[in-house]
Design a protein around this ligand. Structure first.
Ligand code: NAP
Ligand code: ZN
Ligand code: ZN
Length: 348
């Protein structure tokens, strides 16, 4: 069995550190990938610190994986050694339920298998993710990377990219619409780029005045500093759509008041604790709150191809894996510009 070097959280309260384990031998349908880059998602931090409950230790996070195929099983058709390949948040699902049949594996009704901390039917334990030098994944869950994109900057497309692309597409965001993005982090910066590419009038809604210039450079047409009630008030009842990517506690009602009548705010951020929801901003204006989870395999490939055609990638800060704990601390301070990506060569 191929041995893998990795970084793992060994407990909710201890920093991540080196860890070694075995990947499975590639089965007939499997692709064995040498990981070159892995993005750092806020979900990695929530999971490493057991903020959502259910974390099994040691936990190897990482679900924004780009690498090179080193070996394939006898039945693999789409990939050969030497190809670039990517893996996102899912490595398996039931493949038979209505959602799986619709290519919406993220809503699998019998339970999908997450890339890390998911039930690994091969090992009987949990899956280990991309903070490692290799991974073995069924080819049905392996994606193609556009060859024209910088590989490190493409890695976060596998979660930050698809998690924002999918709801913007599903709710038909485009020309003639005023679209808000709350939170300029990993997800938020990709939401700004996509909403701009789809032709919307994009407004960045941020708690960080220091990010305003970057927001404009990334594609926002306007910026609202959400801590300033006057600025918020000026935009009341004016948005067609808002995407909420906030990772921590916040007052959802204050943002709902920005929506027009019948408009929708889609939540992708998943803070540790439930958020109180004041009902007046909802009932006034018949406004809606909805949620959205990553994206299925077909839409993830569509998003990657779109990014290749349009030259869209993430704005990243490349780090050696030894700086992962520092990256987590900066993420908690909203000090991310705008996604950390681990250079896996630093693991050798
Ligand atoms: P991130 O890079 O840390 O960005 C989060 C941003 O939220 C911060 O940069 C900050 O932006 C804003 N923020 C932080 N605390 C805030 C507060 N108290 N009030 C208002 N805004 C605040 O995180 P991420 O990787 O983009 O992930 C964001 C969330 O989405 C996480 O909870 C993550 O687990 C979740 N997620 C969900 C899915 C899904 O499928 N639904 C997929 C991936 C991640 P400003 O400085 O601009 O205010
Ligand atoms: Zn993620
Ligand atoms: Zn299913």
């Amino acid at each position: 069995m191929p041995s893998a070097k990795a970084y793992a959280a060994h407990a909710a309260t201890s920093p991540l550190g080196p860890f070694s384990f075995q990947r499975r031998d590639p089965q007939p349908g499997d692709v064995h990938i040498e990981i070159l880059y892995c993005g750092v998602c806020h979900s990695d931090l929530h999971t490493a610190r057991n903020e959502w409950g259910g974390t099994v230790y040691p936990c190897v996070p990482g679900h924004e994986i780009v690498g090179r195929v080193v070996r394939v099983g006898s039945g693999v058709k789409k990939f050969k050694p030497g190809d670039l390949a990517a893996v996102g948040c899912l490595v398996d699902s039931c493949r038979t339920c209505a959602s799986c049949r619709d290519g919406l594996e993220q809503y699998c009704e019998s339970g999908f298998v997450l890339t890390y901390n998911g039930p690994d039917k091969h090992s009987g334990g949990v899956t280990y993710g991309g903070y490692s030098d290799s991974i073995v994944v069924d080819e049905a869950f392996v994606l193609r990377v556009p060859t024209n994109l910088d590989l490190a900057a493409a890695a976060p497309l596998l979660c930050a990219g698809i998690t924002t692309y999918s709801p913007l597409r599903h709710w038909g965001v485009g020309k003639g619409q005023k679209v808000g993005v709350i939170g300029l982090g990993g997800l938020g910066h990709m939401a700004v780029k996509f909403a701009n590419a789809f032709g919307a009038h994009v407004v960045m809604i941020t708690t960080s005045p220091g990010k305003a210039a970057d927001a404009r450079r990334l594609g926002a047409h306007e910026v609202i500093i959400s801590k300033d009630p006057e600025q918020m008030k000026r935009h009341h009842n004016s948005f067609d759509f808002i995407l909420d990517s906030v990772s921590a506690q916040h007052d959802v009602g204050a943002y709902l008041e920005l929506l027009k009548r019948d408009a929708t705010m889609v939540v992708v951020g998943v803070p540790e604790k439930p958020l109180p929801l004041a009902m007046f901003p909802l009932v006034l204006g018949r406004r809606r709150v909805a949620g959205s989870l990553i994206g299925g395999l077909p839409e993830t490939q569509e998003m990657l191809d779109f990014c290749g055609e349009r030259g869209i990638a993430c704005d990243i800060e490349l780090i050696p894996i030894g700086r992962i704990n520092e990256a987590y601390e900066r993420m908690l301070k909203s000090d991310v510009k705008y996604r950390f990506v681990i250079d896996m060569a630093s693991l050798k």
